[in-house]
Unconditional design. Structure first.
Length: 574
């Protein structure tokens, strides 16, 4: 038995290609032009979230071809397939956003089913948008076959009147237009120039946050998360990933060997250090869940609290992903965190080496100011803070990067869906000092836990970003700025306290203490709870109907199945 045959004998694809009884299966492979040698090599699934919905994913199919070349060059047989993605930039501000977070589950489920159904031995996943990235990493951990994650890359910044802009500036331009600070011509100009290339939103919004996570958690190759989508070096990373997956198959290094509790803490630290998206507090617990590790919102928040904020990135800072890559990339950021004790250096990565070994030769770049040394941070604690109190017994989260005040108190203005709040803000029917409350937008209640960027950007564009607060059981975009609290849990749809508050109730937020309270007694809350009745949403069938019945609390990542803890047999061992 030669080495290749010996390797194949322990891999899942043997069930589809080996033995006399598999002659009909092999006939299908011959029909697609495979040779006998290719049929008896390891099969590597090459999954992409390519579509024409938005620029985030438009370059993925091209990059997949480079991956396949690498797999073939190293003696594997690549099998390309696509899954869905819902792009938040297009879904934002209307009912389409209800499909966004659920798409994460569909991506993970569909990748799992494709790999299971065709008995693939390894997985290389390419994704470019907010939910496709965690969805792909969740599938890798669920299947636990040797895997490498590849980010499709960020968009280049646009130009407007001589300054660099991102799509965030377009959202805020809408607010400026409503108060007369932007002309119709200005709005037309900025919308045509803000997004000049393929790639995901360029600032440290959710896409780039989860891209940096992919390197920090160990599932992506060093430097691969930073290169913008149009840069030719992306194809080199893709080719290299295709070659290296074969080494992982031989060594039997799997995602659950890599994604440990320490690796999850590293990922959370990088989110905090970059002032990243609050959505990471949903996605990291969901990835952990696939590994059988409990790592909920409060565990994420603990890491945020002890990690300095050191990367001067938009939306709170000055720079975009391209600038971080050119300054030294995610490894530069991680090296200073590691040197000052904020990362676990002994975590295994897809290189087959530890994080510390990967970073050993990374030198500090003194000729850049995108990343500060970890001992001279922008802020001493992370850019995202976890909250808890009688309004959020199971937690909530707020991004504080770039904020000057960390406390807010004011009367509630309650809305039972985002559209009603948006109209109120658009028509300026609110007061300075108000706490706008958007509820019944949680995982079950929305359903789908919509992002509120259209509303928050409108507020910011009207110059009210720091003068009102907004809290919701829904989510916020990574582009959101201002005193905006999301993930309030338990959500309104299950009778959480956010469902019980009324206009005029005083809400108190303190991001220094980590508290979120409504000035009501326990007795009054209990009385209101006894009078509360659950609401029906408008979905009586289809995926969102099913999602409503399956999805759990935001505290644990809004997941829809028992995870590795309920697993009876791991696919990779089949």
């Amino acid at each position: 038995m030669d080495a290749k045959t010996s390797l194949k004998s322990r891999l899942p694809s043997r069930h589809a290609t080996e033995g006399v009884e598999r002659a009909p299966h092999r006939a299908f492979y011959y029909a697609m032009g495979l040779t006998k040698d290719q049929i008896h090599q390891p099969f590597v699934g090459v999954a992409t979230c390519w579509n024409e919905a938005a620029p985030c994913n438009i370059a993925l199919m091209r990059q997949a071809q480079a991956v396949k070349k690498g797999v073939s060059a190293a003696g594997g047989t690549p099998r390309e397939f696509c899954t869905i993605t819902v792009t938040d930039g297009i879904a934002m501000g209307h009912a389409g956003m209800k499909a966004s977070l659920p798409s994460r589950e569909v991506i993970a489920d569909s990748v799992e089913l494709t790999v299971r159904g065709h008995a693939y031995d390894a997985l290389i996943g390419l994704a470019g948008c907010d939910k496709s990235q965690p969805g792909m990493m969740m599938a890798m951990c669920r299947l636990n076959v040797p895997s490498i994650y590849i980010y499709g890359g960020s968009i280049l910044p646009g130009k407007f009147k001589g300054r660099e802009v991102t799509v965030q500036d377009v959202y805020e331009a809408v607010g400026k237009y409503t108060v007369g600070e932007f002309t119709a011509e200005d709005l037309d100009t900025i919308e045509q120039n803000a997004c000049p290339s393929a790639g995901a939103c360029g600032a440290q919004f959710t896409a780039n946050t989860m891209a940096t996570v992919s390197e920090a958690i160990g599932l992506a190759l060093p430097y691969s998360a930073g290169a913008p989508a149009p840069y030719e070096i992306r194809d080199k990373f893709c080719m290299l990933a295709g070659e290296m997956i074969m080494d992982l198959i031989v060594k039997n290094i799997r995602p659950r060997d890599i994604v440990t509790r320490k690796a999850l803490e590293n990922a959370a630290a990088v989110v905090a250090a970059t002032g990243g998206s609050t959505n990471a507090a949903l996605h990291l617990p969901a990835i952990a869940h696939e590994c059988g590790i409990e790592f909920n919102l409060f565990h994420v928040a603990e890491v945020f609290k002890r990690t300095p904020y050191i990367a001067d990135l938009k939306p709170s800072g000055r720079y975009v992903a391209k600038d971080l890559f050119e300054a030294g990339g995610v490894p530069l950021l991680m090296k200073t965190l590691l040197d000052h004790g904020y990362l676990h250096g002994d975590c295994l990565t897809v290189t087959g080496r530890s994080l510390a070994e990967n970073l050993k030769n990374v030198k500090w770049n003194p000729d850049q100011d995108v990343v500060r040394p970890a001992d001279r941070p922008i802020l001493p604690t992370g850019g995202v803070v976890g909250l808890r109190g009688n309004l959020a017994p199971e937690g909530a989260i707020v991004k504080v990067a770039g904020m000057s005040g960390l406390r807010f108190s004011g009367p509630a203005r309650c809305f039972d869906r985002e559209e009603d709040c948006f109209e109120t803000v658009k028509n300026r029917r609110y007061k300075e000092g108000d706490v706008l409350v958007i509820r019944y937008e949680g995982p079950k209640g929305g359903p789908g836990m919509r992002e509120m960027l259209a509303t928050t950007a409108l507020l910011y564009g009207q110059g009210m970003g720091g003068k009102v607060a907004l809290i919701t059981d829904g989510r916020f975009s990574g582009a959101t700025r201002g005193f905006c609290v999301g993930h309030v849990s338990p959500e309104a749809a299950v009778g959480g306290p956010i469902a019980l508050i009324r206009d005029g109730d005083i809400i108190e937020l303190d991001a220094e203490k980590g508290t979120l309270d409504v000035r009501l007694s326990a007795e009054e809350l209990a009385r209101r709870k006894s009078e509360w009745k659950p609401r029906e949403n408008e979905y009586g069938s289809g995926y969102l109907w099913k999602y409503t019945r399956e999805v759990g609390s935001a505290l644990y990542g809004a997941v829809t199945h028992p995870g590795a803890a309920g697993e009876k047999a791991c696919y990779a061992d089949s």
